[in-house]
Design a protein around this ligand. Sequence first.
Ligand code: PAF
Length: 297
Amino acid sequence: MTERIVQSIRTVPELRVEVAARRAAGATVGFVPTMGALHAGHAALIERAAREHDLVVVSIFVNPSQFNQISDLAQYPRNETGDVQLAGDAGADICFVPDVEAIYPEGFATNVQVRGPLAETLEGSERGVGHFDGVATVVTVLLNIVGADVAYFGAKDAQQVLVVKRFVEDLQIPVQIVTVDTVRNDDGLALSSRNARLTAESCDQALAIPAALKVTADAISDGSATSVESGRAIGIERLRAAGVEAEYFAITDASTLEPADELTGTLLIACAATVGGVRLIDNLTVSANREAATARC
Ligand code: PAF
């Protein structure tokens, strides 16, 4: 990837002017929304956007409205200089780095809410629906500001992607949402900004999460799991063997997030667990059609 010169823009009017000028010159626009603390998973999103678009905008904004605990917001890692460098190296042209007032000016009184299993199960039930209200609201604002052709999201936050796709369709926002596969360390751990807070010991323990997902996906694929409950039990047992207690370890329909009744169709295996004081999430999609079963990890 050739290094591009990345420009940091802090205000909405400046960003609009810059994007409009590039559009007038025929550029297509790819957008990667982030909360900073960028890692190779974000780089994969930006690289994909740079392969597919003339102009790549990356937003770096730690969105206060999606945190349900002040302490989590306070602890969220911030490193603007490193983030802008990584984004530029990965192919970004513009880093949009607004302050809170630029996104939520005085008098802001709107909330975008998605309801139903997509937003109310798994993360929505553990963190409260307010989490996805915060995500939906900020992503709507950012999509309106950037006006991209395509926005890129990571599959690690599978539920977030489904929520975003839902409100983009419902609100008829003219943007295509693309999901990019989860990037993992060689040991299987899904990359996350939160991994920086894991000690070496808790990092080892955290490997039980991808291992539990994989062993469950394999058991569904090879038929050794004969029911949703037996599939879940296999994963939960693998977690417990490493001393990890899941907040949830769920097998759901991959597109509706309704709990699966049986092991058929495309299923999402999703897990959240706190390891060494750090809350981690991960998931795998598995095709439960026995003849053509595939487990993606
Ligand atoms: O996935 C994230 O980093 C955030 O939820 C997002 C999409 C940037 C909204 O703040």
